[in-house]
Write a protein of this length. Structure first.
Length: 391
């Protein structure tokens, strides 16, 4: 099965591989975004154009043009080499592109460079206990008091809030307006007096999400993005970037948790003496998965080319989010079937290898169809705004 992209792109792939091998010793091996080695690595990758590829240089990025296949190759090679492909997170993937489109020049220069450098880590203040899929029902409120907004309320499922420096947050600034109006978009420091967090443990055993509470939190009024009571437009645009980010988990769906190809994992666990996948059903499922993965990447590439030609449809992000998360969930179903009982470890030194702890990854993947907007919401968006079907 030929999965190459052509001579030009395979030459680029060789360049990426060469870079990784030449600089592997400089790559970080943990320590979080705040670690100096991580930030030095991020700086090097930006300079080479392996991350922040399309962010303008004046805001700390590489300043190149979008090429979805090159981005795909970069992701593949860094994942397979088990080398970090640069800093990520909600700030870089979601807030930065939103500020580039809708922020003031002052906001772009204040927030984008330190975010790209890993000096400013962000979390997202969207969902609330009674405002999940119906996000516009949010009740966290902000009242202007002189030069500050005073924020009170609660958010939930706030990813990595316990580690974040800042939050981008939806607040209600006009309680008497229709629910999709009267919402504003604020940026504020998580160290502000009155902000507190409480981690939530998931079924996978990890705690990436939090409840977040605001008690008379003061936010400088210049930290409002866009105009007062018109934050819903910004919120929707950021959600499109979030859905693109979540769709990205399907972008490496042919790779296992440690960067190995699914077929290589299968050869180890259900291989024959000749190094082939002995189980015909597993062989068929992996082949089908790889074909779907390739089709997904080509569709993403076509979308990028259409955007370059001025025919962009931002609502396609819902289609990509839906399909990418389904691909990721299917991957872990196939991996569990392939590895059998050897994949069901939970604790202990024997299962410290992420590949042997595939059960945790499988459990975590179930949330993919909820986070960033449920699959049901995405299918509604696709039906109405992409296919143009009647209500």
């Amino acid at each position: 099965m030929d999965l190459t992209y052509g001579a030009e792109y395979e030459k680029f792939r060789n360049e990426v591989r060469s870079f990784i091998e030449s600089h592997r010793s400089q790559a970080p091996d943990g320590g979080g975004m705040r670690a100096e080695k991580n930030r030095a690595w991020q700086k090097m990758l930006i300079e080479r154009g392996y991350t922040a590829r399309t962010i303008p240089r004046e805001y700390g990025g590489h300043g190149g043009e979008m090429d979805i296949l090159k981005s795909r190759i970069i992701a593949e090679e860094f994942a397979q080499a088990q080398v970090p492909g640069g800093l990520g997170g909600q700030g870089i993937s979601m807030l930065v592109p939103t500020l580039l489109e809708m922020g003031t020049e002052e906001q772009k220069r204040q927030f984008i460079p330190p975010t790209l450098r890993g000096e400013m880590i962000w979390c997202q203040g969207y969902s609330e206990p009674n405002a999940g899929s119906d996000l516009a029902s949010l009740r966290t409120n902000a009242v202007l008091d002189g030069d500050d907004w005073v924020v009170n309320g609660q958010k939930i499922w706030t990813s990595t809030a316990q580690y974040a420096d800042w939050i981008f947050c939806l607040v209600r600034t006009e309680p008497n307006a229709p629910k999709h109006q009267g919402i504003s978009f604020l940026l504020f420091d998580m160290e502000s007096p009155g902000v507190s967090t409480s981690p939530i443990t998931l079924i996978s055993g990890s705690s990436p999400f939090c409840q977040t509470f605001f008690d008379n939190v003061k936010v400088p009024k210049q930290n409002l993005v866009g105009t007062v009571n018109h934050g819903w437009t910004i919120a929707k645009r950021l959600l499109q970037h979030e859905r693109q980010m979540v769709a990205g988990i399907g972008g490496n769906s042919a790779l296992g948790a440690t960067g190995r190809k699914m077929e290589d994992i299968a050869k180890e666990y259900v291989g024959d003496d000749d190094g082939r996948i002995a189980d015909a059903a597993i062989r068929s499922k992996i082949t089908s998965h790889r074909m779907n993965d390739r089709a997904f990447q080509l569709t993403l590439g076509r979308s990028v080319e259409e955007a370059k030609a001025g025919r962009a449809n931002g609502d396609l992000s819902s289609m990509f989010k839906y399909y990418g998360t389904e691909q990721n969930k299917r991957k872990y179903e196939v991996l569990l079937e392939t590895m059998g009982t050897q994949a069901v470890g939970w604790d202990g030194d024997a299962f410290s290898d992420r590949e042997l702890n595939t059960t945790r990854q499988w459990l975590r993947s179930k949330a993919n169809s909820i986070e960033g907007g449920t699959s049901e919401v995405q299918l509604n968006v696709i039906a109405k705004r992409v296919l143009g079907l009647p209500d």
